[in-house]
Design a protein around this ligand. Structure first.
Ligand code: NAP
Length: 375
């Protein structure tokens, strides 16, 4: 395998970036990199992570001259950074590879969305077309595609309706901390009442509800109470009754499959829930054929080495098909596979996957490996 030269890491302190570094350490990816350079937008000069010869001072992520010396930039910093830096860097003549977790460049004609177990041919086509921007897909989209890979590859899907249950880590490190702060504030409010077993549960419930509505809960980063609550809107409002997160479901899926001209209709309702890590999704799938249930399960289960079929029983589901069972693993758990009473060509399924792994970090580190393999 070839060594790749200078690789810059921007955003390595954040949720996605820290999971990326953890995975790269586990897989000894840094041994295959000539020189990793770590950047920060806020901590330039402070010590970076312990990689290779120990902590080097962090470089300034806004310094175009320093960035233009790199062969590859992996940005997990967010879309605002990408919009600020990518254009000027390219216009200055930089020809390196830009790998990014943010959505800013995903739908750009010169970029490829990367999820190599599902779309390696599309990635290879992008490379031979001279693309230099390779962008990780939306986390929920990538997890759906890994889960339903076996049906996509057979072109069995006519349409999908998706309900998502997305963890707070999808909103980044600060929102994760804030959810725990909210939980603590709510618990603190009713702790004395909880200790009194004879106390009224309705009293506890109404105190919590009043507090959630009072504007007193800490909501600086999330914007709304999420603890003891859920938020059925993620990302911006497209002013057509859908959220940007929901639009990504149809737009990105079809770009990843390379079928923008013949798109599969996908209708999503995206919901933020108070789980820490892992996005869960309930699918209703319109099938092109009346495939028997056991064959359907087998197709889904055999498509890639990460899918784990969970038997559709109460015990197996509650043990294995939850964020707490799946978080921190590369498993894509798929269960609740059934035919719908609405028709034999309609199936339902539920999936849970770690959105920081297959939904973010894993496609980026695997793209680096694909670049290394190139002559
Ligand atoms: P994040 O956790 O908010 O981190 C982004 C940056 O915030 C860090 O690199 C760091 O940059 C800065 N930061 C400020 N305070 C911090 C703190 N207390 N702890 C850690 N970092 C702090 O963002 P993210 O969730 O990793 O998302 C990065 C990009 O990936 C976004 O575009 C997001 O949409 C996308 N993405 C996220 C997920 C996910 O599940 N979270 C999944 C797929 C894609 P400096 O060092 O420069 O200050």
């Amino acid at each position: 395998m070839n060594k790749i030269g200078r690789v810059g890491f921007v955003g390595w302190r954040g949720m996605v970036g820290s999971v990326l570094l953890e995975r790269m350490r586990q897989e000894n990816d840094f041994d295959r990199i000539g020189e990793p350079v770590f950047y920060s937008t806020s901590q330039a000069g402070q010590p970076g992570p312990e990689i290779h010869n120990g902590p080097e001072p962090l470089a300034d992520a806004l310094d175009l001259e320093s960035l233009s010396d790199l062969d590859v930039i992996i940005s997990c910093q967010g879309g605002e950074y990408t919009r600020k830096i990518h254009g000027p860097l390219r216009r200055s003549g930089w020809r390196g590879y830009w790998l990014d977790a943010a959505s800013a460049l995903r739908m750009d004609g010169n970029s490829t969305i990367i999820l190599d177990p599902v779309n390696r041919p599309v990635i290879e086509q992008g490379l031979s077309d001279g693309h230099r921007d390779f962008i990780g897909g939306n986390c929920t989209v990538s997890l759906m595609m890994m889960a339903l890979h076996g049906l996509f590859e057979r072109d069995l899907i006519e349409w999908i309706s998706v309900m998502t249950y997305q963890a707070i880590s999808g909103g980044g490190a600060r929102q994760m901390r804030e959810l725990l702060i909210q939980m603590g504030e709510i618990h603190g409010l009713v702790d004395p009442l909880l200790r009194n077993e004879a106390g009224s549960i309705l009293d506890i419930d109404s105190r919590i509800n009043r507090h959630l509505r009072s504007g007193m809960l800490t909501t600086d980063d999330i914007g709304y109470p999420l603890a003891a609550n859920l938020l059925p809107w993620i990302d911006s409002d497209l002013d057509d009754g859908t959220s940007r997160e929901e639009w990504k479901g149809v737009a990105e899926t079809n770009k990843i499959l390379g079928r923008e001209n013949n798109p599969i209709p996908i209708d999503s309702t995206c919901i933020r829930v108070g789980t820490m890590r892992c996005h869960s999704q309930a699918f209703t799938i319109g099938l092109r054929d009346d495939v028997p249930l056991d064959e359907l399960s087998e197709m889904i289960g055999r498509a890639n080495e990460w899918v784990r079929i969970v038997p559709n029983t109460r015990d197996a589901t509650l043990e294995c098909l939850t964020p707490s069972a799946v978080g921190g693993t590369l498993d894509i758990a798929v269960g609740r596979i059934r035919k719908s009473p609405a028709g034999s060509r309609i199936a339902t399924a539920f999936t849970v996957g770690d959105q920081l792994l297959w939904g973010a970090a894993e496609p980026l580190r695997r793209m680096l490996a694909i670049l290394e393999e190139r002559p």
